[in-house]
Design a protein around this ligand. Structure first.
Ligand SMILES: [Cu+2]
Length: 468
């Protein structure tokens, strides 16, 4: 319940608010990363938003203030320093023939010839000026998602600015007193422009990191597309049936692996700007700590260890771990339809159906005919099922042992004791003797099971006992 007295106090505080920030800024600037910047100072004054602080006198330098992040299958946007301000230039444009994986290309929209746009990487306290040139056939605007800036720089077409007409260049400028993982994306005709790829990541390194710097700092933007097999233009009107699921706008086997040295401290930043789906991102062989969301760092006491972390639409999540387990480890969205490519959706279910009679009949008119999918679907990628021009078979690629039956939002983490370079794929992992699953020998099965499954019938009443 609100009393008249409280109402009155609130109104008085509100009336005085316009003048207060100036005073508060001079006397009590919020510390970087302060979680209570929207709150009040102990004497009741409104703390102004962080962007009102003057920029740090020393613009952040790669190598000195941070270890640069890596955007696999993409790049980091170059900048130049003009009077202490980092100047960036983004051009929104058609990107013809963007390749999702060998075999599938589409005409998308992106920034600077790239789908998605390049990663903007800065340091807390930097002042940035971003020019945005519109080379699209319609107006656009760029929103800085998660950025605490002045309202007029927020980039919401119609609301905070006039949208940028074709061939116009707009200028955005603000000071960043926050750190973490953020995104940028089109905020005009959102459904169309985002479905065609107009988005990118923003990394802001802390001015004073609380923990050790990571050795490897990976940035991934998750998204989803509908590209009808055999066509070249993603369909922005799709609402449910997405068939191309991507990490940095690539799907497996088109995704580059994360190459890591044993002992490296690894940070992985995920942003999700899919139209409709959250992605439970999962990895093997380690667990990570979720250290930050798009709101900033999670206090150490509240961090959770996980092997699967949901990255909701419109959010970022940052994870850290120390890679101490050499090998080839899968990293992927755990929604099984999100590790499929185009042809894996909308097929009739034939699993368990006896198709022998059908095959024999069909072969009379179609020599060599064979129904696929009746024993599962792994064979569909493997056997080179014929697919329409410009489309991917439903799943997979050749692995070191046999076929890897995953596509879409999938890649490999390669942890190695010895690496020539982070830029050189070390090939497939060789497991030391005795550390790889293999066919069981007859002696082993006799010894441990007491019978040979599939060869001798299971003895009456025999089952595995649990011994305490
Ligand atoms: Cu997913």
């Amino acid at each position: 319940m609100i009393t008249r007295r409280e109402l009155f106090t609130g109104a008085a505080a509100l009336a005085g608010a316009a003048a207060i920030p100036q005073v508060a800024r001079a006397q009590n600037p919020p510390p970087p990363g302060d979680p209570f910047t929207q709150s009040r100072t102990p004497d009741g004054k409104i703390v102004p938003p962080s962007w009102t602080r003057p920029p740090h006198p020393e613009p952040g330098e790669p190598g000195k203030h941070y270890t640069p992040s890596v955007t696999l299958n993409g790049f980091t946007l170059p900048w130049k320093l003009v009077d202490g301000v980092k100047v960036f230039h983004l051009t929104a444009e058609e990107v013809p023939n963007h390749e999702f994986a060998p075999g599938l290309k589409a005409h998308c929209w992106g920034y600077n010839g790239q789908v998605h746009g390049p990663t903007i990487e800065v340091v807390e306290g930097d002042r940035v000026r971003v020019y945005v040139t519109n080379k699209l056939p319609e107006a656009t605007a760029v929103h800085w998602h998660g950025i605490i800036g002045p309202n007029g720089m927020d980039g919401v077409g119609g609301l905070t600015q006039r949208s940028i007409a074709p061939n116009e260049t707009f200028k955005y400028e603000f000071t960043l007193w926050q750190h973490g993982t953020f995104m940028y994306h089109a905020h005009h005709d959102e459904m169309t422009q985002m479905a065609l790829g107009l988005m990118g990541m923003i990394v802001i390194h802390p001015r004073e990191p609380r923990g050790p710097r990571p050795d490897r700092d990976f940035v991934f933007l998750l998204s989803e597309w509908k590209i009808v097999a055999g066509t070249m233009r993603p369909d922005p009107n799709e609402m449910t049936e997405f068939n191309v699921l991507t990490l940095n706008a690539r799907c497996y086997p088109g995704t580059a692996p994360l190459i890591i040295k044993t002992g490296d401290r690894v940070r992985i930043r995920f942003g999700n700007l899919s139209a409709m789906d959250h992605h439970p991102m999962h990895f093997h062989g380690h667990y990570w700590w979720v250290t930050a969301t798009d709101g900033g760092e999670i206090p150490e006491s509240a961090r959770v260890p996980e092997v699967t972390t949901i990255v909701p639409v419109g959010s970022t999540r940052t994870m850290e771990f120390v890679a101490n387990n050499p090998g080839d480890w899968a990293m992927h969205c755990h929604m099984s339809h999100h590790v499929m490519n185009q042809m894996g959706h909308g097929l009739p279910n034939l699993i368990g159906v006896n198709t022998r009679g059908l095959d024999q009949q069909a072969r009379q008119s179609l020599p060599g005919y064979m129904t696929m999918g009746d024993t599962g679907m792994a064979e569909m990628g493997q056997m080179g099922m014929r697919v329409p021009r410009n489309s991917l078979p439903m799943i997979g690629s050749k692995g070191p042992h046999d076929y890897i039956t995953m596509g879409g939002m999938y890649t490999n983490i390669k942890v190695r004791d010895h690496l020539e370079s982070y830029d050189k794929d070390p090939g497939w992992y060789e497991a030391p003797p005795g550390t790889r699953a293999d066919v069981a020998s007859i002696d082993e099965m006799q010894r441990d099971l007491g019978f040979i499954p599939g060869a001798t019938p299971k003895p009456e009443g025999e089952h595995m006992h649990h011994h305490g």
